[in-house]
Ligand binder design. Structure first.
Ligand code: ADP
Ligand code: ZN
Length: 351
């Protein structure tokens, strides 16, 4: 098991990656009061383990899926925390994917202005991305992650055992964020390209989890609350990805991020931010996980969603994070008309 420390201003945090991490969480929690938040699918598979490891824990089981990342699930967690009589010294343990992690994290931040928080991410996406760095949120009024807080978990435990039960779709979803990290960190990008045949191999994925956590830890340390701008690099592919996700919603978040990176590589090239060669390198990474880019009918309607993105601070302008070169990015503003022109490339997709 490897330990990666994150020294942020608000609170030090540590991520443990590798075999035995779940057990290590139990050892750390010891006799503390524990409130586990999970979802129905995770509970079906791992409920017995939880009952064995945490026999005295309170357990809150939510319906699964992004569509439940809303205020009614959040208030259900808070209601159950109150009913259980939790104190500030109690530990909220988020056991699940990104949806559970985001909501349990926000509930932990709100309850009595903050309880202890431990993340035990069970999806590849949550292990490589969402459980690390302290972003918590719910979706509201059709805007993703619009209500939330920065709230660092004290510890994160990424145990590869959870990946064994993940459906292939969820693996692909995690690959979206892994490839995003590979674009941002050139050495990782090359490692992924050179091992393209191992992208579904659990041992290889396990090593990528550690690489991605290390990268994200360094970014979060330098810009915990996205104020200096560095943390914005993690939004690569996300302006377009989120806009498509809101409008079409049938694919996973990671797939939309891949499609977003594909489209935004053309923006980088077209606007002279990146060379054609670099943008082709980005697309070669994307194609490892998203072989065909699907066609999106009436895709220009997504411009209104892109304008709602939290990164935008000027009316009528779409802000995208573009990959400039390996390890370099630039936040770039486009008029909504120009952005729509680029978007239309997705009308046809790429077969
Ligand atoms: P993400 O982590 O991709 O943001 P979710 O939290 O919605 O997304 O999790 C995706 C789906 O995978 C959910 O239906 C969840 O219940 C399920 N899930 C989470 N962890 C596991 C696991 N280890 N094995 C199988 N299914 C899981
Ligand atoms: Zn994402």
């Amino acid at each position: 098991m490897q330990k990666i420390e994150i020294h942020t201003k608000s609170r030090p945090s540590a991520v443990y990656c590798g075999e035995g991490a779940f057990l290590a969480a139990q050892q750390f929690l010891g006799e503390n009061e524990v409130f586990v938040v999970t979802d129905e699918n995770v509970w079906d598979i791992y409920g017995e383990d939880v009952e064995y490891l945490f026999p005295k824990a309170h357990v809150c089981i939510l319906p699964a899926g992004e569509k439940h990342k809303n205020k009614s699930s959040l208030f259900r967690i808070l209601d159950e925390m109150l009913a259980a009589g939790l104190h500030r010294s109690s530990y909220v343990v988020a056991l699940g994917g990104g949806v559970v992690g985001d909501m349990a994290g926000l509930a932990a931040a709100m309850y009595m202005r903050g309880t202890h928080l431990i993340q035990i991410p069970t999806t590849l996406l949550a292990q490589v991305d969402s459980s690390v760095g302290g972003k918590t949120a719910i979706d509201y009024k059709n805007v993703k992650n619009v209500l939330g807080a920065f709230y660092q978990p004290e510890r994160v435990y990424c145990d590869p055992k959870f990946l064994q039960t993940l459906p292939p779709r969820e693996i692909r979803c995690g690959l979206g964020e892994i490839i995003k990290t590979g674009v941002l960190d050139g050495a990782l990008g090359e490692k992924i390209l050179q091992n393209a045949d191992k992208l579904t191999d659990l041992d290889f994925l396990r090593s990528l989890v550690t690489d991605c956590v290390r990268f994200k830890a360094r970014v979060v340390e330098r810009d915990e609350t996205e104020s200096s701008g560095l943390r914005k690099c993690l939004n690569l592919g996300h302006t377009t990805g989120h806009a498509l996700e809101l409008r079409y919603g049938r694919r996973s978040h990671g797939e939309y991020v891949l499609i977003g990176m594909w489209l935004e590589s053309y923006i980088a090239e077209g606007e002279g931010v990146a060379t054609a060669e670099h943008s082709a390198w980005v697309r070669s990474l994307v194609s490892l996980a998203e072989k065909k880019i699907p066609a999106f009918p009436n895709v220009r309607e997504c411009v209104s969603n892109a304008l709602l993105d939290k990164k935008n601070d000027r009316a009528g302008v779409v802000s995208v994070v573009l990959s400039k070169a390996k390890g370099e990015f630039e936040e770039y503003a486009l008029s909504s008309e120009k952005y729509a022109e680029y978007l239309s490339r997705l009308e046809e997709g790429r077969r």
